[in-house]
Every structure is written in structure tokens, then in C-alpha cells.
Design a protein around this ligand. Structure first.
Ligand code: KG4
Ligand code: ZN
Length: 346
């Protein structure tokens, strides 16, 4: 019997809700509808996410968004078979809103729930694209809070090959952008500005590029950007695009080279990129070029599903259920896991 899965994401500054239809057997689950409310405008005045405000806004958005996805798909709430929600990692208060709403709806409907790992959602989001990957693959997970290279053999079989020892790639974009006086969230704004700049204008460090392992470090890069911005002083305004381009080039260079190294070490022939930084144009161009040379296939989520959304949560729930990794349950006394390593999943 096919299952209708409602997915709710509320781990940070986006409320996302989606409906996915999981077919009988092993067919790829289909996205029926999804809706998103981004809090970016609200947090911009503070230069970053304010957790308390994030939670309150999720409360305002989650039910109207749920009504919208049901209407868009021509479905009734009573027809939902499983309610999936992001259990972690993320902001505790924000996670509690989505989890609470999901469990309350499920309890009222007498339907089971399933708590989903946010990063597993990102990781499996390319399966919603028109060109879905096949297992096994190397995953480059690059979000605002995480930067990891993983070996993925199947749903729930994740081995971390390397990760950041300090800032995440998205954080490197966001913090560098802030140092240059760009508004929150810096990543997309910095990369837009970089299009008009010279990536070789400033020599910035590529931390751990030759460390021999697959770990990352971006804190030193941020310091180098700060030093450079201070040195420029009044000239910063005129050279901002060059500094942005040089910063982006340094981050992308490290991400691409380490991904190539992971492919060499494992002999894998396929890469999947996931997480917000996966929307970065230069990263896509350089990774595509490097992989084309080695006849490696690269898969990305659809651009609008790179950053946080409900579709990836409903999809991850569907794929976990389909793979028999987990069963939805009626444990409505939910908990959340603000810190939750991905490789602890089964
Ligand atoms: O995956 P995501 O939506 O949230 C987390 O789970 O963290 O990722 C957000 C991150 C932010 O750091 C944002 O600046 C970055 O992804 N990002 C980008 C781009 N779009 C989003 N960074 C570089 N270039 C982009 N086009
Ligand atoms: Zn995310």
C-alpha cells in the first residue's frame, strides 16, 4: 500500500512542510507539494539567527503551511499515513515546535510519527531531482553548520571520512561576508558579489589542503579575510568584489580538492553534493569540471531544495521506511536531539 507522508522541518530559520507519496515496493517516492517560509528578513536586522524569534515564528507558520501543502496536493489531513519531523540536529526550541506540531497532529489523527535527522534529509535530497543518484557514493555535505565527506553505501549506512575541525563551509561564507559588511545570510550574497571580482586578487590560505587526510578547517581563512579587510581600510568598498571572489575561490578550491581525494581513496565513481553551499555556482562549475575529467558522475539537489526545506524531511522518512531501517511509531512523547552525529544512525 502506498503511504502519504507529511514532513515538517523547523531546525533553524526556515519552516518547511511537504507531502511525499511513497509507492509500494521500491519505486522512488514522489514529491506532491511543498511550502516554505524563510525567516531571513526577520533575522537580518540582528546579523544572524535569533533562536527565540526563530521558535516563535515557526509556531506562526507551521499550521498554515501544512494547510497549503494539503490544498496544493488536493489531499486531506485525514489521508496522511505518517507524520515526519526533524528531530535534530538544530536549535532546540525551533526543533521542539516542529516536533510538537507533528506529534500533536499525529496523535489527533491516530497516525504514527517518525523523527528524521536533518542532515540525512540533506543527504537524500538529490533523490528528489530529475537525475537521482544510485548507491554507493561519496557525499559532500556542506551546510551552515556542517562540512563532511562521507561514504554512503545505502540508506542508513554512513561513514564519515572527514569533517571540519572548526567552522563549516557555510559558516566560512557567512562570517567572511559579515567581515566585509555584507548582510545576513552572507553565503549567497558574497557569491553574487564575487561574480564581478577577480578570484586571484588576494592570496588567501587553503587550510589543510595538503594535510593528507579528508578534514577541513576554515577558521584561519576567516582570520585572513579579516586581516585583508583591515589592511584595505578605506579601499575595502572598491575592492569588495575582489575580496569576495578570492574568499569564494579559496573555500571552493579546498572543497573540490578534498572531494577528489575522497574519490581517489575509496575508488568511488559517484559524488552527491548536499546542503546550502551546494547551491554555490562556482562549486558546481569546478566540481563538474574536476569530475568530468575523471569520468565521475555528480548529483545535486534541485537548486531550491539545497537549503532547508520540508521535502527532504518527508523524503528521508519515506526512504528510511522503504529501506526497512525504521518503523513509524506512536511515541507522541517526543524528544529532540539538538546535537546528533549522522554516523550514529543505523
Ligand atoms: O543547509 P542550509 O540551508 O542550513 C543548514 O542546515 O545549515 O545551509 C545554509 C548555508 C548558509 O551558510 C548559507 O550562507 C549557505 O548555506 N549558502 C550558500 C549559498 N546558498 C546558501 N553559500 C554559498 N553560496 C551560495 N549560493
Ligand atoms: Zn540544513
Amino acid at each position: 500500500m502506498s503511504l502519504l507522508i507529511l514532513g515538517i522541518e523547523s531546525s533553524c530559520d526556515e519552516t518547511g512542510v511537504a507531502l511525499v507519496r511513497m509507492p509500494d515496493g521500491q519505486g522512488v517516492p514522489a514529491l506532491l507539494s511543498h511550502a516554505l517560509h524563510s525567516q531571513i528578513e526577520m533575522h537580518r536586522a540582528y546579523g544572524g539567527v535569533v533562536p527565540e524569534l526563530a521558535s516563535r515564528d515557526h509556531i506562526r507558520r507551521v499550521l498554515p503551511l501544512t494547510e497549503k501543502v494539503l490544498a496544493d496536493a488536493g489531499e486531506q489531513l485525514e489521508n496522511v499515513d505518517v507524520v515526519a519531523f526533524t528531530r535534530g540536529p538544530g536549535l532546540a526550541g525551533a526543533l521542539l515546535v516542529g516536533s510538537g506540531a507533528a506529534c500533536a497532529m499525529a496523535a489527533a489523527l491516530d497516525k504514527p510519527v517518525l523523527g528524521v535527522h536533518h542532515l540525512e534529509g540533506h543527504l537524500l535530497s538529490p533523490f528528489l531531482s530529475e537525475d537521482p543518484p544510485e548507491f554507493p557514493f561519496i557525499a559532500l555535505l556542506v551546510s551552515g553548520g556542517h562540512t563532511q565527506l562521507m561514504r554512503v553505501d545505502a540508506v542508513g549506512e554512513y561513514e564519515i571520512l572527514g569533517e571540519t575541525i572548526d567552522d563549516a563551509a557555510g559558516e566560512a561564507f557567512d562570517k567572511s561576508a559579515k567581515l566585509m559588511g555584507l548582510p545576513y545570510p552572507g553565503g549567497p550574497i558574497l557569491s553574487k558579489l564575487a561574480e564581478g571580482g577577480d578570484p586571484e586578487a588576494f592570496k588567501l590560505p587553503r587550510p589543510l589542503l595538503h594535510s593528507g587526510d579528508l578534514d577541513f578547517s576554515f577558521a584561519g581563512l576567516k582570520t585572513a579575510v579579516l586581516t585583508q579587510a583591515k589592511k584595505l581600510g578605506d579601499e575595502l568598498e572598491a575592492r569588495k568584489a575582489d575580496l569576495a571572489a578570492s574568499t569564494q575561490a579559496a573555500i571552493v578550491d579546498v572543497l573540490v580538492k578534498k572531494t577528489m581525494k575522497a574519490l581517489d581513496q575509496t575508488g568511488m565513481k559517484r559524488v552527491v553534493v548536499a546542503g546550502g553551499v551546494g547551491a554555490n555556482k562556482l562549486l558546481r562549475e569546478q566540481l563538474n569540471a574536476a569530475c568530468a575529467k575523471r569520468k565521475i558522475r555528480v548529483h545535486y539537489p534541485e537548486l531550491h531544495l539545497c537549503t532547508d526545506n520540508g521535502a527532504m524531511i518527508a523524503m528521508a522518512a519515506a526512504m528510511r521506511l522503504q529501506a526497512g531501517r525504521e518503523e513509524a511509531n506512536r511515541e507522541y512523547a517526543f524528544d529532540v536531539q539538538p546535537r546528533w552525529p549522522l554516523d550514529s544512525l543505523k
